[in-house]
Design a protein around this ligand. Structure first.
Ligand SMILES: [Zn+2]
Length: 211
């Protein structure tokens, strides 16, 4: 695969097929880039302190400290005990990353869309954190990159929570680890709402040293 303008030594470079999970460890100071190869692809994301997985991503802490629901370059993901976990250092998708919608999964596909036996990101994230000795008790509300969950003025959400994703082929988000972190990703298989544009596609996940 090409460097795509990425400086610094590449440590891992993976294509995650449509609908599949990924996990990895990103050491403090290293960069994690997630590329939406074909566009309009939702990517569910969770992170944990690799030294003590009791510490994990906190959506409320991150939202309150950033004072926005729409995270972009310069914003920091905070843990449940208030420590910086990742800083967004690159974002070609102008902050269209959902902080409140959470993941899809078999239970919510049945609850929301009356679609039975349809697993999704929850099952993927459980598989991803399972590779690091974690399970259901460790699941917390996640971030969704390249996803648009508009909140209307009266507080209402869209009929299917998600509306069409705004990302184009090649859009990426780049994160700098502020601690040694375990990352769990689900390349969202959802077809019952527009989180993945109705047609899930592959993504690229690159870990590299900062230049
Ligand atoms: Zn999903």
């Amino acid at each position: 695969m090409t460097n795509d303008g990425m400086s610094g030594r590449i440590l891992s470079d993976d294509i995650v097929p449509a609908g599949k999970p990924w996990s990895g460890v990103v050491e403090a100071g290293r960069l994690l880039r997630i590329v939406d190869l074909e566009g309009r692809q939702g990517v569910d994301f969770l992170c944990y302190n690799a030294r003590d997985t009791l510490e994990r991503y906190s959506a409320p802490n991150t939202i309150k400290k950033s004072r926005t629901l729409r995270l972009t370059e310069g914003h920091v993901f905070y843990s449940d005990i208030g420590n910086p976990m990742f800083t967004i250092v690159g974002d070609t998708c102008q902050g269209y990353h959902d902080t409140i919608g959470g993941c899809c999964g078999a239970a919510t596909n049945a609850m929301l869309y009356d679609v039975p036996d349809c697993p999704g990101c929850r099952e993927n994230l459980l598989a991803a954190i399972g590779e690091h000795g974690m399970g259901r008790r460790d699941m917390v509300p996640n971030l969704n990159f390249f996803c648009h969950v508009p909140v209307y003025e009266d507080g209402r959400l869209a009929e299917r929570t998600f509306v069409d994703g705004p990302s184009r082929a090649g859009d990426h988000i780049e994160l700098r680890a502020e601690m040694d972190a375990i990352v769990a990703i689900s390349n969202c298989p959802q077809v019952n709402n527009p989180a993945s544009g109705g047609k899930p596609t592959p993504i690229r996940v690159v870990i590299r040293e900062a230049a």
